[in-house]
Design a protein around this ligand. Structure first.
Ligand SMILES: Cc1cc2nc3c(=O)[nH]c(=O)nc-3n(C[C@H](O)[C@H](O)[C@H](O)COP(=O)(O)OP(=O)(O)OC[C@H]3O[C@@H](n4cnc5c(N)ncnc54)[C@H](O)[C@@H]3O)c2cc1C
Length: 457
């Protein structure tokens, strides 16, 4: 008899779980609150412009996800970007190629002393070795996360490194600040940046989710209000709202939603897990896509705006660097990711006001920019990216066993299991699906058929 498995959330983690179960021969149902798949890994085409609504880079160390592209027949969609990055102080641009130590030595944003400090800081990170593996922390890791990155840098290196290096890195990687992330999280990130190459999906970052969504039974606009166990090991009643409300019964459930939402949906979650999920801190994030009447290839792919001069925009990317198919001929597209503070302030503001504030700031660095605007689109993410503040990795480590074991036949996926990243979301979904298969026993536990998807439709 087919086991009935439900997945709550059609972000990358939920879809990865669904796909893994489907490949094993099951027919899971994925419930999604929104009317699109992919969550923070989605894109849309508007008048020939391909807009990434949230995630916009595919770093080369997303290895499992990259291997999975082959399975989907999407390997040719992955294209390298030039990986160029600029930091803007006022009107002045300072560019450096990410992952190029030679470029870094000529980087004019930093004084000679600051460069020496950066080298020292990098060597400090490199020397920490295994302690910087956030998924398998050691006693040293816990010692490194007793203070914020900001406190550490002010104590040991000074304001310039904090403002010109740590802030842009934290804004870009964590969508947060050195005040909301620990010394451990910052050093772990810094260590990776030295060899980081950036790729993108030429048809939009949502391509993978859309492709998976086509093969799976996904119920869009179907928010799950409650998951209620009928006994400790299930079955489970899912109370679904939205366009087709109803109650459905399942043998196993995977919750693939941002961490703080888990105890709201699964109210009988154990006290230890509830405490863990409620304490995972996310920075909100607003993304504004700006479609332009002319090409603007004139600057780096990623542009970091320093918070001393720019309160609203943290990062501005020029999408043509993601491949020529992103815009119609002779047009341009730029995407602004707002700072955590501005995202918080503007989360409920009308779209017009958000776009207006973004353009006023962008015009200061790129004079005349708003004169070329065709249209803008605003995307809001209440749970944008996880902040790894002091104690976050210790809390995660303490909850690891319970997170992995699940509760009865309810399992957890999503970036909330560690930190925000497409690869982590994907891996967490596959892992939760494996747990379901193990628990259901019978034919699903072993000798699973290798059902591969057909060519892209
Ligand atoms: C602006 C931005 C830029 C980013 N850039 C990058 C990047 O460049 N590279 C990178 O690796 N990562 C990046 N990230 C992080 C990455 O996007 C996320 O870590 C990842 O996509 C999370 O996937 P997920 O499946 O865990 O969660 P989500 O994508 O949030 O999916 C959860 C899904 O659950 C749905 N849902 C919620 N509640 C319910 C409910 N009650 N019932 C049914 N459905 C529900 C949501 O609508 C959503 O679709 C970025 C994030 C943001 C916000």
């Amino acid at each position: 008899m087919q086991s009935r498995v439900a997945i709550v959330g059609a972000g990358l983690s939920g879809l990865a779980a669904g796909y893994h179960l489907m490949t094993a021969g099951l027919s899971p149902i994925v419930f999604e609150a929104e009317d699109f798949v992919g969550g923070r890994s989605s894109s849309e085409e508007v008048d020939g412009f391909i807009i990434d609504k949230a995630a916009y880079t595919w770093p080369e160390f997303h290895r499992n996800l990259t291997a999975f592209l082959d399975q989907l027949g999407l390997e040719n969609d992955l294209v390298p970007t030039p990986g160029t990055s600029s930091t803007w102080r006022g009107h002045q641009e300072f560019s450096v190629k990410i992952g190029s130590p030679r470029d870094f030595l000529g980087y004019k944003l930093l004084s000679f002393k600051d460069k020496l400090d950066m080298i020292r800081l990098y060597l400090t990170a490199a020397a920490r070795g295994r302690a910087l593996n956030l998924a398998a922390p050691t006693a040293t890791s816990f010692r490194l996360e007793t203070e914020t990155a900001a406190t550490f840098l002010k104590r040991k290196y000074g304001e310039n490194i904090l403002e010109d290096i740590a802030y842009p890195i934290c804004a870009e990687i964590f969508l947060g600040t050195p005040e909301t992330n620990s010394r451990l999280a910052f050093l772990a990130t810094l260590k990776n940046l030295a060899w980081f190459k950036i790729f993108s999906l030429t048809q939009g970052m949502g391509t993978v989710a859309e492709r998976m969504g086509r093969d799976l039974d996904v119920r869009l606009a179907s928010p799950v209000r409650q998951v209620t166990p009928l006994s400790a090991e299930g079955p489970y009643h899912l109370d679904v709202g939205g366009e087709r409300p109803g109650k459905h019964e399942f043998d196993a459930v995977i919750l693939a939603v941002p961490a703080p939402l888990v105890p709201r949906i699964f109210r009988v979650c154990s006290p230890a897990l509830t405490k863990y999920f409620e304490n995972v801190e996310y920075a909100p994030s607003i993304v504004v896509a700006l479609a332009l009447d002319r090409r603007r290839p004139d600057t780096s792919f990623i542009n970091n705006l320093l918070r001393q001069d720019h309160r609203v925009v943290a990062t501005l990317t020029f999408d043509l660097h993601k491949g020529p198919r992103r815009c119609p001929p002779d047009k341009g597209l730029a995407t602004a990711v707002l700072s955590a503070a501005a995202s918080r302030d503007l989360m409920d503001a009308p779209d017009d006001r958000v776009s207006h504030e973004v353009l006023a700031e962008v015009d200061r660095s790129w004079p005349g920019f708003s004169g070329d605007l065709l249209f803008s689109r605003v995307y809001r993410w209440e749970h944008g990216a996880i902040q790894l503040g002091p104690g976050a990795i210790r809390r995660r480590h303490q909850a690891a066993r319970a997170l992995d074991a699940g509760q009865g036949n309810v399992f957890f996926a999503g970036d909330g299991v560690l930190k925000s990243s497409l690869e982590i979301a994907f891996n967490s979904g596959v892992r939760a699906a494996e747990k379901v298969l193990g628990h259901l026993g019978g034919p699903w536990a072993k000798d699973r058929p290798d059902v591969r998807p057909g060519p892209p439709g």
